[in-house]
Design a protein around this ligand. Structure first.
Ligand SMILES: Nc1ncnc2c1ncn2[C@@H]1O[C@H](COP(=O)(O)OP(=O)(O)OP(=O)(O)O)[C@@H](O)[C@H]1O
Length: 353
């Protein structure tokens, strides 16, 4: 392991928690010690929040890393990775901080561990500004499988804003390598399905209103739409929440998602429509992955053996940020080629000189 610290500037581009997660993940896998500076400088309250700190501690535990400066509010952290061994690990975010984002940082590491890993993650399962856990398992996981990797999960309890309290167990087998992907043929939509839920004391009728409204927006794209409508069991989801997750599949195996959570002052119909509009954007752009998976696959493209190409829609700031960090910490180069409303992201490993 080199003693020199690679500096990653957390104020770059998106300037949020994502830079931190990707940099730490790649630091662990590539065994590159890093110094993160200006952490979350692009956010109104910069520095580490609880969920980011718990993410750092989880990655530290996964590889027995040495960490300096990681505490609430820190804007600078040093991280010296050790050996990735696998085993049982736990992270507990006391707020509704997203379980999916803890997994976003830990999953690639576990894929390169020596043995099987079991993660017990506590926090929010369905939180704003993050993938709902159902998005992670039903949209992101099938895309991950194209890279030759997967995970199993057991959702024990749902956790919503503001209390959190969700709990998910994730089981991950290591891979020998990640496969490169070529996801450039979008094909025709074959089905749209999804889950429209309410929890706590909210009436089940809201789930019907969200699902009907989403179906209304989507029916011009596909005549095979099935959205389950239900109320979560009280013992699994005691607190109030409502939301919808939509998945579109194409005849070339592309999986696109759209989702929304109910919010104060918004009708159930509007929530359903928001999720549908998100999905419609990816459909109309001709993208092979949606705008949220777009940034989440960059790490896998950078770690895969060989060159990958993925057709996406409008390039998001999160994607530009992920590419920036991936190029800093791996021997890969990314190139974006515009194709009408879509873009092709190419990732090519660089010969080691
Ligand atoms: N509705 C959504 N569906 C799926 N993924 C989402 C959704 N909203 C956000 N994401 C993903 O969640 C991640 C959010 O990263 P971001 O840096 O903005 O958040 P963060 O870690 O909570 O940090 P910060 O508090 O600094 O914003 C990104 O990978 C983004 O694609």
């Amino acid at each position: 392991m080199s003693c020199e610290l690679k500096v990653i500037d957390g104020s770059m581009l998106e300037g949020g928690g994502q830079i931190l997660r990707i940099a730490l993940t790649l630091s662990v896998i590539r065994k590159i010690p890093i110094r993160l500076i200006k952490i979350r400088a692009g956010r109104s309250k910069p520095g580490l929040m609880e969920q980011h700190l718990k993410g750092i501690e989880l990655l530290r535990d996964l590889c027995n890393a040495k960490v300096k400066g990681a505490s609430l509010g820190s804007t600078e952290v040093e991280f010296w990775p050790g050996e990735l061994t696998g085993g049982n690990h736990e992270a507990r975010v006391k707020t509704a901080g997203s379980i999916s984002l803890l997994l976003q940082a830990a999953l690639p590491c576990c894929l390169f561990a020596k043995t099987h890993t079991t993660l017990r993650l506590h926090g929010g399962t369905n939180a704003e500004m993050a993938p709902q856990i159902d998005y992670t398992t039903e949209v992101f996981r099938p895309i991950l499988e194209k890279f030759g990797a997967t995970f199993n999960f057991d959702l024990l309890r749902r956790g919503y804003f503001p209390k959190g309290g969700g709990e998910v167990i994730i089981n991950i087998d290591p891979v020998i390598k990640l496969d490169s992907v070529n996801l450039t043929e979008r094909g025709q939509l074959v089905s749209i399905y999804g889950w429209s839920f309410v929890a706590g004391t909210l009436p089940v009728n809201m789930s019907h209103l969200m699902a009907d409204s989403a179906t209304h927006c989507l029916k011009r794209f596909c005549n095979n739409i099935k959205i389950e409508r239900y109320k979560e069991l009280r013992n699994v989801a005691p607190d109030n929440c409502s939301g919808i997750i939509l998945v579109a599949e194409t005849d070339t195996g592309c999986v696109l998602g759209g989702s929304a959570l109910g919010k104060r002052g918004e009708s159930a119909e509007e929530t359903g429509k928001r999720a549908a509009v998100e999905l419609v954007k990816s459909i109309e752009e001709g993208a092979c992955v949606d705008g949220h998976s777009q940034d989440q696959i960059i790490v896998f493209m950078a770690l895969a053996q060989g060159a990958s190409s993925v057709k996406v829609g409008e390039i998001t700031m999160h994607t530009k940020t992920a590419i920036f960090v991936a190029e800093e910490l791996t021997d890969t180069r990314f190139e974006i080629v515009q194709k009408g409303p879509a873009n092709i992201i190419n990732c090519t490993p660089q010969p080691v000189t």
